[in-house]
Design a protein around this ligand. Sequence first.
Ligand code: DC
Length: 229
Amino acid sequence: MKKIIITIDGYSSCGKSTLAKQLAKKLDYIYIDSGAMYRAVTLYFIRHDINWKDEAEVKKALADVHLEFVYNPATAQADMHLNDENVEHLIREMLVAEKVSEVAAIGAVRHFAVSQQQKMGNRKGIVMDGRDIGTVVFPQAELKIFMTADPAVRVERRFKELYEKNQNITIHEVKENLELRDYIDANREISPLRRADDAIILDNSQLTMDEQLGLVLQWVEDAIMEHSS
Ligand code: DC
């Protein structure tokens, strides 16, 4: 069957990566978590005390950042490696979450990440999630999905996920972080989060995982049919 590019954009904690992973598994596609790249750059900047308001300093620092997705047989997923170190868990922590939207708004950082993402898409059969994948990274993608969900549902989901790893976290902190990230992501100057004109909206506030997957697999089939003729 013909392979396509599937893009999934949307607000934080709508379940983009969960859906992307399920699709990749079901379709035997490669899943690429573009947010992990912005998170890894943020971790590097924090560790090296980079002043990201200084463009020259950012550019110099980026020259020393090497990102790679490395397959982890234990989880059957690709882990983010930063300069040969597996940082998959570290980049999910609050320390990074608090700063990542600021770092992801910087032009040089976006250019650095987007050019690598576009290279990964040279081959079809990929699912990539993020904020600008359908608008900037792959405007020619055959299937574009824009995910959204009720903010209260998103806060609850994200809180549960983080609380499993860290019991010190409060729902208030999670809510504040999500609101701030959504605001910065949607209002930044370069490639803000927005729905591509040809993206299908998926509001999953009231959907079970199975219902959601069934629906999207139908969209995939339709997109493949449409682009085969
Ligand atoms: O999807 P995520 O929560 O891991 O993304 C982390 C941050 O990176 C998010 O606040 C916005 C930014 N991001 C982006 O600007 N563009 C992307 N394609 C992916 C993520």
